[in-house]
Design a protein. Sequence first.
Length: 331
Amino acid sequence: MSSMTPSSVIDPHLDSATENGLVSVSVVVPVTERCDALDEIYRTHADILRTLVPAFEFIFVLDQGFQEAAQPLHALIDKGEPIRIIPLQRHFGEATVLMLGFQEVRADIIITVPAYFQTLPEGLRTVIRALNEGNDLVVTRRYPRQDPWTNRLQNRVFHFLIRFLTGVQFHDMSCSLRGIRKPVVREVHLYGDLHRFLPLLAYQRGFRVVEENVLQHPADCHTRVYRPGVYLRRLLDIMTVVFLFKFTKKPLRFFGLIGAGLFTGGFVVSLVLAIQKLLSLTALADRPLLILGVLLMVLGVQTASIGLLGEIIIFTHARKFKDYATQKILK
């Protein structure tokens, strides 16, 4: 981890695109669920970027219902500001909005900025500096946290589960300020609600991921308590990511473990009942446990079979899979 320190002008490698009149940094702003004044979001971050990079662009991707919020941006476009707006006709969610923005970027360096004030704009200096150090993905952590203890408790529980299940430690994957090199977005595809797990998915594919401290914005300090369904969906997302992280190419280990547990449980129940029958301790005709034991064994075999089928599919298509990223080949 590194604390926030000022950065000098962007690395010459990031500046190479400007030689042909192109931008060197693309800023993607996903506007979904909520937003602050988008013109103010642009001005505060653009002022910092002008001191760091020779040329940049902002891409605002609007989910359904946010076209009105983008009206102030049109006045900035008329003044020649480097802004593009991409409106969507219906609600798609942040993962899809981000992927659309990534497809439209012109630069090899991408910075994602939330549509609301989550961190101080000076955090851009930290992101640029970390990219200059050769990292592929820069994740930011709001530190020190200034929001209520309920927010911090939810954050700690969420990241404890991630660390316990994957062995990889991050502290604030919900922070939307990130710096990304283009190869990352080419290799990692987001869908559903997996956008917040981008650091894990990038780390899995071998990219260099670093977490940096940035200062939290005072406007981000309100209490956040969600409906029970939101927490349930978040838990299901964690399970999805754990499967993708550990068992994408080894499904038999996942389904086989579950199947073995089910089969063992059913076998033990059936064995106990069989021993009782052989010892004439009880009859089997009126024992519902016998049905449960047989059912568990059948479910165990079926579950393991799903993993075996997955292994066969992966083996058949193994040559098409590429779950790693490489740097330049040295000659």
